[in-house]
Structure formats: C-alpha cells, structure tokens
Design a protein around this ligand. Sequence first.
Ligand SMILES: Nc1ncnc2c1ncn2[C@@H]1O[C@H](COP(=O)(O)OP(=O)(O)O)[C@@H](O)[C@H]1O
Ligand SMILES: [Mg+2]
Length: 216
Amino acid sequence: MSIVTIATSKGGAGKTTAAQILSGQIAARGHRVAAIDADYNHSLADWVQAFDLPITIHRELDESRLIGLAEELEASHDLLVIDTAGAAMQATVFAIGCADLVLVPCQLSSADVVEAAKTRQLVESAAKMARRDILVRAVLTDYQVGTHIGAHVERELQACGLEALPTRLHRLVAFKEMTFNGVVPTKGPAGAQADGLIADVAALGVLPFLSMKRAS
Ligand SMILES: Nc1ncnc2c1ncn2[C@@H]1O[C@H](COP(=O)(O)OP(=O)(O)O)[C@@H](O)[C@H]1O
Ligand SMILES: [Mg+2]
C-alpha cells in the first residue's frame, strides 16, 4: 500500500482539494483506496460520507493511533491518502513520517510559500527521525496561468528547495463543484489536470499498483 500525505501548515492552501482529487480519481478507476482525515474540520471525511464514495474513510486526530490504523489498512488497500490539519499537530508529524510521498499544496501568496517552506523542513526532520528519505513535492493549486505571481511563486519554491510537480491545478470552478457533488472531474481542463496530478505522482514511483493488473 502506498501512502500519500497531504500537508502544509497554511490553512486553505488546497490540502483537502488535492486529497479529494487523488483519492476520488484513483478510487473511481477501481483501485482500493483508504483515506485518513486528520483534521479537526473533517471535511474530507464529510465529503466521502456525503456522496458514499468507494473510499474507506477514517477520522483520526490521535497521533498514537495513526500508524496502527495505517498498518491495519495496509493489507486491504492499494493507496492510503492522509489529509492533515493546517495547524501544527503531532498527528501531522506521524502522517509525514509514514508517507511514501508528502504533497505540499501551495497557492499564489507569500504566506503559502512561507508555510510550504516550513512544511518541507518538517518533512526533513521527520526523515531524519525515521532515518530514511521521504519524497516531498509542492503542488501549485488555485493557480492563475500567465501571471507574474505564478512564475514568482515557482521561483520562491525552488529557492527554498521545494520542487513543484509539473501539473498545476488551475483556479477552476470544477474543483469547487466537486465539493458539492462528489464528482472528481474527468473531462475538460480540470479532468486533464486531475489526470496530470496522478501521472506526476505515479512518475515518482509511488503508485506501483497503477501499472499492475489485479487478479479479480
Ligand atoms: N485549483 C483550485 N481551483 C479552485 N478552487 C480551489 C482550488 N484549490 C483549492 N481551491 C479552493 O480553496 C479553498 C481551500 O481549499 P482546501 O482544499 O479546503 O484547503 P485546506 O484543506 O488546505 O484548508 C476551497 O474553497 C477550495 O475549493
Ligand atoms: Mg482541509
């Protein structure tokens, strides 16, 4: 089972949006997806439950239970997505510590870049604690194409050593509609970007099950 943790200490940066795209799209392709909502707001869990999506969803804020829960899900799932809170929480550190990949959503503001950089440092500390490398990438979201600010934020992320995935999630209404109808876009620009996000993550080698045929 692959574990992708979505984290940044900036609230409203697009963590839950990225978690919805990743878990919703991969579940819709027929893979066995679990998600842990480690945020007090539990918006990911509410979304999965409201639309009865084929995702095994758990709410877990207690850091002492998070790793055990991930272990329990291991045998019966291909992917675990962990959505975290914007505020500093120990559960986030554990969610980072057990991840194959940490995605750090970043919108086009200085505060987003500052918190993304802090989160990258947190990943580095967690990696030292776990004595292993932990892959980390930024995901630019609510992105506005052709703007100076877009290019500026990308340079700032590079300067703090945080590589961004090639796919940017543009500011698109389909990503907001998804929160009201439970439908992760598969068509149009939003669908192409959702696919692009998954292809980028797969290219990092963390979704091996996507290229494997499952025996039924
Ligand atoms: N690419 C995008 N296009 C449109 N709206 C977006 C996009 N990314 C995030 N948003 C919006 O930004 C707001 C905050 O996103 P959310 O995923 O809830 O952030 P977080 O989980 O980090 O607090 C939400 O209203 C969400 O719909
Ligand atoms: Mg959220």
